[in-house]
Design a protein around this ligand. Sequence first.
Ligand code: HEC
Length: 332
Amino acid sequence: MPDATRTFALCCLLAACTDEGSSASVAASHDSEAEISAVTYHGAVKAILDAKCVQCHASGGVGPLSLQTYEEARVLAPVLADMLAARIMPPWPPDDSCRAYRHDRSLSEEQERLLLEWVDQGIAEGDPTESLGSPSGSQDELEYDITLALDELYTPVLLPDEYRCFLLPWPSEQGRYITGLGVVPGDRQMIHHVAVYAIPPADVAVYRALDDADPAPGYVCYGGPGGGDTGAGWRASWLRVWVPGSTDDAMPEGTGIRIEPGSMIAVQMHYHTPASAQPGPTRIAFRTAAAVARPAVVLPFTNPFWVDGSQPMRIPAGDAAVTHSFEFDVAP
Ligand code: HEC
């Protein structure tokens, strides 16, 4: 595996920073003629809701209401101003004052202004044939060449949460690079996250043993794919974490995560278990390439030993100048 050119693909929220910036105002470009005409659902609002709300607010989604059609979006009228003022929706806690983040869910000022004007001006529908939103409300989807499914259905039993890992053999017989990854959760209301890892061939036996030792499908795992005291957990490659609201994820252009033939995919499911849980099969879709310009790894977000407490990040009381640093060897 080439190592000198290896690069971090900092995919997770805390570390992600690209020059894409926020996905900017979807409905920002309108000419002066549009400026003076009324804001309508099809003329501006649908595109904003499609970009910033329907990942969660679609039927079967984690949000309590669907916002995919004009009739559905009308319910926003009485609550919108207060909701935006209180910054409750869309949920986006990160502060963007030091850097921009990929997948920024917050509304731009322009988007907020358009939504508020739409309500003030009487929630007009506008012309569906000129709609700026997408017909299905869905976003751009990646094209995948490998799709794996957790076909062996499992019903979580632990309340209120259960973490369980499932193994899926990696089907390709050649070394490949994963350049994009999509997750279709088997139940959007109860699945809190889906974390996807690649297990290198040399560690597959460790994971198979965990699976075999648990009579139910998969095995209990927490904080990673498992691997117990063998250290295998640290050798697994992070590929992607899906959470409610996530959309398909492409790696930065020209990068990809190497995966060897004979590897295993471990999928950690976090179920926030309702009493009547019965999730369907979760699917994981991969876009792969035979070669990439820069092989990449995902570094979750920080030194894992700070998080597990074995090397705590102490900040002594009253000490105003504490620094902690962390180096990570990405060589194979
Ligand atoms: C990441 C997922 C997510 C996104 C994106 C999101 N929401 Fe929500 N929304 C939720 C969840 C979950 C709740 C329920 C919160 C609760 O019950 O405390 C909610 C609640 C709401 C409610 C209150 C519904 C009620 O019954 O009280 C409204 C209104 C709403 N969202 C509008 C929006 C709008 C408008 C957007 C886009 C600008 C948006 N949301 C984006 C997840 C999301």
